[in-house]
Design a protein around this ligand. Structure first.
Ligand code: PLP
Ligand code: ZN
Length: 433
């Protein structure tokens, strides 16, 4: 019994190599992200036959209550990864939002409450920094639109790694404070994210630091697969019919796809087509534009939207995202800043979840897809909410009403209550024609 348990809990490392997504050239498992021959992106490969023999639903469920229960599918060798409780966020059936939109089977995967910094980036950074430590880096860094800086700084602090992060200088106050508090060096670059990213590629070459989303990108991006694994496990080891996912670089989108495929390949779930739909903001929608125009290349744009966390004008995985949307019979849509604010409010008022601008974008796109008849009434749909609204408060400032200020007296309260009920009746008055 003891021996069986030990065996069951023993996790095998099955990651094999880095492989070019374009030409197939393979590389050893070092800190590298582009192919030396064709400049294609490198991706981690695994030994799936070993995985299908060693991993079971039970062995996963016997693991920790975090992303590390899926460790055999992640590119780290250590038995003691950096586990800050990341992952296993709630999957909620969204009855009220579904009814409001006119569909039946809607679920919210709520990474607005992911640990430790309240966005899905904690998943990718937990994996990247665990791998950075294995590869011998003592200084870690990132080029960030905000959430990644929060995660990198927090998890580096916890792991005792030196940290320097790069952000665009015009980020939301909550994102800046949510980085500074952990004590890293913060470089606020006077430029947009794409300029930050270019600068960071040079620093990675000249200083040899471990940039989670540059030279460690193949490891980092694998962390996003856990958002597929968890949804499959939380749906009772089944795949959904349709997912709606926000797109910045497009990496998350492609990795959720890879995650579902892997689970089917090793027999943890039954194979089944899943439709993949992506969400962008009009003010930065290079992937949606390429999709709309049926192009197989991305034309970079200059971002101008309140959805800063997903404002990447030159998205590295954009082409792969359009391919997945096409072949799964999904779509990629974009919405205006006004619709994003409405999306944030709609999710809060129907489901009690306060998401940031990226989540508002995703909800607004969901609404648009339902209205266009792109999501069937009975399709089991999962919407990925990737970040927390307390970090982007300025986005909704002025759109959410104000508290009723009263004197500490009963009659003052009664008068205010009366006024609020009048206001409510006015707001809900049916339009007469
Ligand atoms: C980074 C981020 C995304 C998407 O990231 P990809 O670059 O497409 O992997 C989505 N939502 C939030 C809140 C993010 O911070
Ligand atoms: Zn190549």
């Amino acid at each position: 019994m003891t021996q069986a348990t030990t065996l069951q809990n023993q996790v095998t490392s099955t990651f094999k190599s880095l492989k070019c997504k374009e030409c197939g050239e393979e590389y050893e498992l070092k800190a590298a992200h582009v192919c030396e021959f064709c400049f294609g992106p490198l991706e981690v490969t695994y030994d799936y036959s070993t995985l299908s023999q060693t991993v079971t639903r039970e062995s996963i469920q016997a693991g920790p209550h975090s992303i590390w229960r899926y460790r055999s599918f992640l590119p780290v060798a250590t038995d003691t990864p950096i586990d800050v409780g990341t992952g296993m966020t709630p999957l909620l059936q969204a009855h009220r939002l579904a009814r409001r939109l006119g569909i039946e089977q809607l679920y919210i995967k709520n990474d607005a409450v992911n640990m430790p910094t309240l966005s899905f980036k904690d998943r990718v950074v937990s994996v990247a920094l665990t791998r950075a430590r294995e590869l011998g880096f003592s200084k870690v860094s990132c080029a960030s639109t905000g959430n990644l800086a929060n995660s990198t700084a927090a998890i580096a602090a916890r792991a005792g790694l030196d940290c320097c992060v790069f952000i665009p200088a015009d980020l939301e106050a909550g994102k800046v404070m949510g980085t500074l508090i952990y004590g890293p060096t913060v470089m606020a670059v006077q430029g947009n994210y794409d300029q930050v990213n270019r600068l960071c590629s040079e620093v990675a070459n000249t200083h040899g630091w471990g940039f989670v989303n540059i030279n460690l990108r193949p490891y980092y991006s694998e962390g996003s697969k856990t958002l597929a694994y968890e949804v499959a496990e939380q749906l009772g080891w089944q795949l959904p019919d349709h997912v709606v996912v926000p797109l910045a670089s497009g990496s998350l989108f492609t990795k959720i796809y890879k995650g579902f495929q892997e689970f089917a390949q090793v027999g943890l779930v039954d194979e089944k087509p899943v439709r993949f739909s992506g969400a962008q903001a009009d003010g930065c929608s290079p992937i949606a534009q390429a999709y709309r125009e049926n192009r197989d290349f991305i034309t970079p744009v200059k971002p101008n939207t309140i959805a800063k966390s997903i404002a990447i004008g030159n998205p590295a995985d954009g082409v792969y995202a359009t391919e997945i949307a096409r072949k799964t019979n999904g779509t990629i849509e974009s919405v205006s800043d006004a619709e994003i604010i409405e999306g944030i409010k709609l999710l809060a008022e129907t489901e009690g979840i306060f998401t940031e601008t990226a989540g508002g974008t995703t909800i607004a796109v969901l609404k648009k897809l339902v209205e266009a008849g792109n999501i069937a009434r009975d399709e089991r749909t999962v919407v990925y909410i990737t970040g927390n609204g307390l970090k982007t408060q300025e986005a909704v400032q002025g759109y959410i009403g104000e508290p009723l200020t009263i004197e500490p007296k009963l009659d003052s309260f009664e008068r205010a209550l009366e006024r609020s009920q009048v206001l409510e009746r006015l707001e809900w008055q049916p339009v007469l024609v």
